[in-house]
Every structure is written in structure tokens, then in C-alpha cells.
Design a binder for this molecule. Structure first.
Ligand code: PEP
Ligand code: MG
Length: 756
């Protein structure tokens, strides 16, 4: 059965489009389980009907015509219950609905399985038989497995509008169903998609129109010739090392490189106006699937060789047309997984938005987008990345909606919202020099988070009262080796000087997790639970001491620098780090007795630190809550995993209780508490932090004016009564709704949605 299943799935995967995939499924499934009928129904959410889209065994004329109301028939019942229904005698069931055009009356045994993607029923897969008999367990599991596989393909087809075309719907219906991701950074953009992808990764190459067909053909032929040459060289090199039968692999490679199927198929695709890389991807993947589907193990294993060959050709193609991308003035960067460094490649005046299949609100690329003041939508799992390059796209960083090639109506609506956003941001700019003070006179210093960008100008211009979190990883990430003391000193001194006399909090190195250094690779199964942050630097005191010395020296004469320790999970770590800082200070004092030892604070971002808050606060000068990690560790939800992104929520009651416990514990020891995770820059969450009595907030420069607006429109009293109300609630989504309505009541609705 496993073999049959694998073969069906491979065939379906190599189908050109959904229509063809459905035909393959109905034919193969009917045969595999020896049924009389196999059919697929697609759910038309607008019309609330299940439409017969493919069948083997029913009257073919019925395809597209049989439209079952969601509330009628057994198919409707499968959709409604979202679970399989297996019946011995369908006509005797109360929900049986007879369709004369399908010729259905001959069938008794009925098995219907829902096709579900992310809790949404996309269709129903049905098998029927003349016998009065239920389908057996094995057939049931086969059908469930196929339906689960089909769901992914259908979701993609849905996203690209293919399902609407099959259902004969108008583009406005598609507009009503945008793709849904996770809001990353606030704001709205309408711009041109530029798909970005990692090099030498065949599967992530997008389709793109060939600007110069002859030029692309030449590129392809040159790449082929280069790979042929490489194979010859390789083959000659191993002449004496490998036995003849192993060397035969190289002959097979050479044959493939000359084969019509590879060469002509790619050239045809180029002539059909795909660029060489896209054409190559299509041809190679098609071949790979054909090989994989072969029964003979030897042949099916050749799929890897075809893939390898494709990758080799791609490397040459990418080398020769290493495109200096001509980024349009309204670039929206789109990709499977966008790295922070990819953002840096786009000229900053052209980068207007980011859309990513992977990641979530607290991924570092999102944090960077927020620092740049551009909207981002993360975790758009159904985004057909390969097909959107050059398209008009809308990304709504408030709702997480993404529209690909939207209609004029939707574009006009968003243009209006974008105009309103610009007006709002002008109004917010006027707050720059006003204090962050509640209406009853409580001042909450607002600090900026920085460091992921080398440029600190946005923080300086934002009206921040200092730097609450300087992530020191960036200079480490862009170098070829650990930066030395002098190098680090220069960087820290500049920030400290630029902001003096305002305070600057420098965090010690927090690598590991999702931030790796090219020259210090760490391979782990669970990097976020592994060797990260303070764990690494305590194991490498030479790295920690160099950094501590550079920091202490950077503060000389200004004394506005504080040191913050990341990932502290017990008192011992804090004590050890303190000792190292004291040692660095003692050494430096021998050279300069004017130096002052900076205050040292602890980041509370690991749940164990919440329970030891009083002890930690006694030993530290201040506490800073890193809600990004605290949320991921408390909820056991990876902050970068788009599959669980909607479970990641800093408004979860447990996170709120933990934050409150930290504030109380630190205050009991007379120590101030700041929040420096993304929660601090969320206008809705800021109300709660204010209510809890947090002493300062640190956030992306671009969020600062928004949060200031909230503070200036609140009283401490009001914030704490909203907090009391919210702490009674047990659902993060309802808490968000309550906070949004509080913002609306205060006339601050523009902070939570596109427009004003
Ligand atoms: C946090 O975890 O909340 C934090 C501020 O640190 P980072 O996002 O760099 O992990
Ligand atoms: Mg953190």
C-alpha cells in the first residue's frame, strides 16, 4: 500500500496544474482501492456549494454541473463534520441526495474524506461502490493520506487563483479572500514584488519573464558547456581512483547533458518566455519526479543525479547572470525565508515592504523591518513564491493580509489607507519633542532598541530618551572573525557618545538560537534550547572579557553606559558574569583610575528567571524583560515557526502574569524594570505594561511615536483598571480585542489598523 501511495503522490506532484492532478487522483485512487467511483469535490465558499470537479465512474458530463449545497447530501455532511463518513448503504441515509445527472443510483458503499488545510475544508474526496459494503480500514487510511497531501496542493492553487478559475469565479471573489500571514511590522504597502532566494537552491528559483530570449538561451548553453567541462575534468581526476563501474556515473552525466529531454525541454521553456533559471528548474524537477516514480530502485535513485546536475547548471547560470537587481522604487521583498542580510542589500529608499513564507513577528527580520519603519507580513504559508515575481502586491502589516495582483477596487481602497497612514505619521512626528507622560503626570521614559542596523540615526531622530537595548551581535555577524577590543570599543564609543548624557544599555553577545556567526558555526537540533547567549560567553571568557573591556572603556568620562546580560537562567550565571565584569574593570583601572564600573542588569527572558526574580533583582542594578524569548519559552512556541505563529502571543494570560510577577518582584527589591521585547512597541500591550507599573519601555525607533501617543492619552489609573479587567480574561485574542476597543475609545484607532 505504501508503494501505491508513494506512486500516486509522485504522479500528482508532477502534474502541470490542479486540474490534471485531480484527474490523476480519481483515476489512480479508483484503481488502487478497486472502487467503482472516485470523485473530487471542491468547496466554493462564496456560493456555499461543493462542486464536482473530477470523477471516474460517474457521468463525466456532470463535472462542473453537480453543485451540492453545503447543507445537502452526504458530501455536504463530510464537509460539515470535517471528518470521514463511511457507509454501507448510502441511499438509505437521511442526508443522501440523488443527482440524476450523475447516474448515482447504482452505488451503495460510500466513503467521503474531507480535504482540509489549516482547519479549512477545501473539498471532499469520495469513493463509491455498487456493493452494499463499507470500505475497509486500509482504504480509509489511504484516502485520508491522499486527501492530506492534496490539501497542500489545493491551498497553493487557491492562493494563485487557480481554484477560482476552475470554479469559474470572477477576480473580485479572489480579492475577498486574501492570503493570510502574521502581522510583522505595522504599516501598509502597495508595491512591486521582488522575489529573493538563496543561491544554488533549485527549488526556490522563481519563474520570471525572459527579457532577452536569445540571451537566456546563450546563457543556458554556456552553463551546459561549463558543466560538461567540469564533468570531464572530474572524470579524468578520478580515472585511477575509481573502478570503471563507478566512473560510469560521469558518462551518465555527460549523456544527460546532451539529452534532448533536458536540453530541448529547457530551451522550449525559455522560448515560451521563462528565463533560463526558471526553465531549468521546471525541467529538472519534472525529470526528478519521473525518475523517482520508477519502480526499479537503481533508476529511481538516479533522481538524485538529475537534481545534482540541475544544481550544477544553476550555479553557472547564477554566476553569469549574477543580477545586479534593478530594485524598483516600490520594492516589496518576497521570499521563502528572508534573512536580515537580504534586507540590507536593497537600497533603503527603495525597500517598502517585506513578505515572507517563514518567520513571525519576533523574527529578527521583522524586528529589522520595524526598525526601518516598513510594513512586513510573515508566515504567509500559502504564498506561491515562484509565481509572484514582478506582480503588484499589497502587504497589510496590521491584519497580516497579502493580496497578489489585486483588482483596481482593492488597490484604490489601499491607496486611500496609505494616504491616511502618511497623514497619521506626520501627526505622530509632531510628538517627537513632547514628553512621554500620562494625562495624570506619570513620566515613562521611552528608549530605542538598536544594533541590528549599524546606523543609529533613526534612533537619534525618534526622540528616544536613550538606548534601552543595543544588540551587539551585528558587528560580530558581518565580520570574518571575532572583532577585537579596539574594533568593538570604536563601535560602542560612538553610540555612547552620540546619546550622552542619555543612557545606553549594551547587551553582551547573544549568539546562538537564530543568530549564527559564519566563523563560529554551532550545529544543534534545538538551537533555541541550546548553547546560546550567556551560556556561550561564560564558556568562552576570552570573548566575554574582551567585550566587557571594550564596553567599560567606551563609557569613560560619560558614564551613561549600562551592561545587560541575555538568557540568564539562574543566579550562578549572573554571579559568574558579574565576576568577569569586575575582573575586566579591575584590569582597566590599573591603566585609568577614572573609569567607573557600569551598572549591570539582567534580561528576564527564560521562565526560570521569573521564579527567581527577587534574588536576581537583589544582585542586579536593573531588570529588562525580553518578552520575545519569554513568550516563546513560556508558551513552547518557536518564535520563528510560521506554522505555530498564531499561537505565539505576548498577550497570552500566562505571559501577562509572568511579566507582572517580574515587575512586582523587582520593585520589592527596589530595582527598576524595563521591557525591551517587541511587546513594548505594541500600542495595545503598552497599556498593560503601563498598568503594571513598568518603569520604562524600549522599542524599535519606528514604534516610539505610536506608543508615546498611547501614553499621552492614558492615565495610570485607566491603564490599571484595563489591566485588572484583562487579567480576568483567558484568551489572548479576546484580550487583544478588549485593548483595541480601549484604543478606539481613546481616539487612537489608527494604531491598530490601516488608515486612521
Ligand atoms: C527578547 O527576547 O525579547 C529580546 C529583546 O531579545 P532578542 O529579540 O534579541 O532575542
Ligand atoms: Mg531574547
Amino acid at each position: 500500500m505504501l508503494d501505491t501511495l508513494r506512486r500516486i503522490i509522485q504522479e500528482v506532484n508532477s502534474a502541470k496544474n490542479l486540474d490534471q492532478a485531480l484527474l490523476i487522483i480519481v483515476a489512480r485512487v479508483r484503481k488502487a482501492i478497486n472502487a467503482d467511483v472516485c470523485s473530487v469535490y471542491l468547496s466554493d465558499d462564496t456560493q456555499k456549494k461543493h462542486v464536482l470537479m473530477a470523477t471516474e465512474g460517474l457521468n463525466i458530463e456532470a463535472v462542473g454541473k453537480v453543485r451540492l449545497d453545503f447543507k445537502h447530501g452526504l458530501v455536504g455532511l463530510v464537509g460539515e463534520r470535517a471528518e470521514p463518513i463511511n457507509l454501507e448503504d448510502a441511499p438509505s441515509h437521511t442526508r443522501y441526495h440523488y443527482f440524476p445527472e450523475s447516474g448515482e443510483e447504482k452505488f451503495h458503499g460510500f466513503l467521503g474524506v474531507p480535504i482540509i488545510h489549516h482547519r479549512r475544508v477545501l473539498g471532499v474526496l469520495v469513493v463509491q461502490q455498487k456493493k452494499k459494503q463499507r470500505f475497509d480500514e486500509e482504504n480509509l487510511t489511504l484516502l485520508i493520506t491522499i486527501a492530506a497531501q492534496l490539501a497542500g496542493a489545493m491551498a497553493h492553487a487557491d492562493a494563485s487563483g487557480e481554484i477560482d478559475r476552475l470554479l469559474g469565479q470572477h477576480e473580485t471573489t479572489r480579492d475577498a479572500r486574501p492570503l493570510l500571514g502574521v502581522p510583522g511590522a505595522p504599516g501598509v504597502v502597495l508595491g512591486s514584488a521582488v522575489v529573493i532566494y538563496p543561491p544554488a537552491d533549485l527549488e526556490s528559483v522563481p519563474n520570471r519573464k525572459a527579457k532577452d530570449i536569445e540571451g537566456e538561451l546563450t546563457l543556458f548553453r554556456n552553463a551546459l558547456a561549463a558543466v560538461k567541462q567540469d564533468i570531464l575534468t572530474l572524470s579524468a581526476r578520478v580515472q585511477d581512483l575509481l573502478p570503471a563501474e563507478d566512473r560510469a556515473l560521469f558518462d551518465a552525466y555527460s549523456l544527460m547533458l546532451d539529452s534532448d529531454t533536458l536540453v530541448n525541454a529547457t530551451e522550449d521553456r525559455i522560448r515560451n518566455n521563462n528565463w533560463a533559471q526558471g526553465a531549468l528548474r521546471e525541467t529538472i524537477l519534472e525529470h526528478v519526479k519521473v525518475f523517482e516514480a520508477m519502480e526499479d530502485t537503481y533508476l529511481s535513485e538516479r533522481a538524485d543525479d538529475v537534481y545534482d546536475l540541475g544544481r550544477r547548471i544553476l550555479v553557472y547560470l547564477q554566476k553569469s547572470n549574477h543580477r545586479v537587481i534593478d530594485y524598483p522604487h516600490d520594492t516589496v521583498l518576497v521570499g521563502e525565508e528572508i534573512a536580515a542580510s537580504m534586507l540590507a542589500e536593497v537600497p533603503s529608499d527603495r525597500l517598502k515592504g517585506v513578505i515572507s513564507v517563514k518567520g513571525s513577528r519576533t523574527s529578527h527580520v521583522s524586528i529589522l523591518a520595524r526598525a526601518l519603519g516598513i510594513p512586513s507580513v510573515m508566515g504567509v504559508i500559502d504564498l506561491p513564491v515562484g509565481r509572484v515575481d514582478g506582480s503588484r502586491v499589497i502587504a497589510d502589516g496590521y491584519s497580516g493580509f497579502v493580496y497578489i495582483s489585486p483588482s483596481d477596487t482593492v488597490c484604490n481602497e489601499y491607496k486611500r489607507l496609505i494616504r491616511e497612514e502618511a497623514e497619521l505619521s506626520d501627526e505622530l512626528k509632531a510628538l517627537r519633542n513632547l514628553p512621554a507622560e500620562t494625562q495624570d503626570g506619570l513620566h515613562i521614559p521611552l528608549y530605542a532598541n538598536t544594533g541590528l542596523l549599524s546606523d543609529i540615526t533613526p534612533s537619534l531622530n525618534s526622540g528616544a530618551e536613550g538606548i534601552g537595548l543595543y544588540r551587539t551581535e551585528f558587528p560580530f555577524m558581518i565580520r570574518q572573525q571575532f572583532p577585537g577590543e579596539e574594533d568593538q570599543y570604536r563601535i560602542y564609543r560612538k553610540v555612547v557618545e552620540d546619546f550622552a548624557p542619555r543612557p545606553v544599555t549594551l547587551r553582551t553577545l547573544d549568539i546562538g538560537g537564530d543568530k549564527s556567526l559564519p566563523y563560529f558555526p554551532i550545529k544543534e537540533d534545538n538551537p533555541f534550547l541550546g548553547w546560546r547567549g550567556i551560556r556561550i560567553t561564560l564558556d568562552h571568557p576570552e570573548i566575554f572579557l574582551v567585550q566587557a573591556r571594550a564596553m567599560i572603556r567606551a563609557s569613560a568620562g560619560l558614564n551613561n553606559l549600562k551592561i545587560l546580560l541575555p538568557m540568564i537562567s539562574d543566579i550562578k550565571e549572573l554571579n559568574e558574569a558579574m565576576l568577569l565584569i569586575q575582573r575586566a574593570y579591575a584590569e582597566l583601572r590599573e591603566e585609568n583610575d577614572q573609569l567607573v564600573i557600569p551598572e549591570v542588569g539582567v534580561m528576564v527572558e527564560v521562565p526560570s528567571a521569573v521564579y527567581q526574580i527577587e534574588k536576581l533583582a537583589r544582585a542586579a542594578a536593573f531588570i529588562s524583560i525580553g518578552t520575545n524569548d519569554l513568550t516563546q519559552y513560556l508558551l513552547a512556541v518557536d518564535r520563528n515557526n510560521s506554522r505555530v505563529a498564531d499561537l505565539y502571543d505576548s498577550l497570552h494570560p500566562s505571559v501577562l502574569m509572568a511579566v507582572q510577577q517580574v515587575v512586582k518582584g523587582a520593585h520589592a527589591q527596589g530595582k527598576p524594570v524595563s521591557v525591551c521585547g517587541e511587546m513594548a512597541g505594541d500600542p495595545a500591550a503598552a497599556i498593560l505594561l503601563l498598568g503594571m507599573g513598568v518603569d520604562s519601555l524600549s522599542m524599535s525607533a519606528s514604534s516610539l511615536a505610536r506608543v508615546k501617543w498611547v501614553i499621552r492619552n492614558m492615565t495610570r489609573q485607566r491603564a490599571s483598571s484595563i489591566l485588572d479587567e484583562v487579567l480576568e480574561m483567558d484568551d489572548a485574542k479576546l484580550i487583544r480585542l478588549r485593548l483595541n476597543s480601549a484604543l478606539n475609545e481613546a481616539g487612537l484607532g489608527g494604531l491598530i489598523r490601516a488608515g486612521r
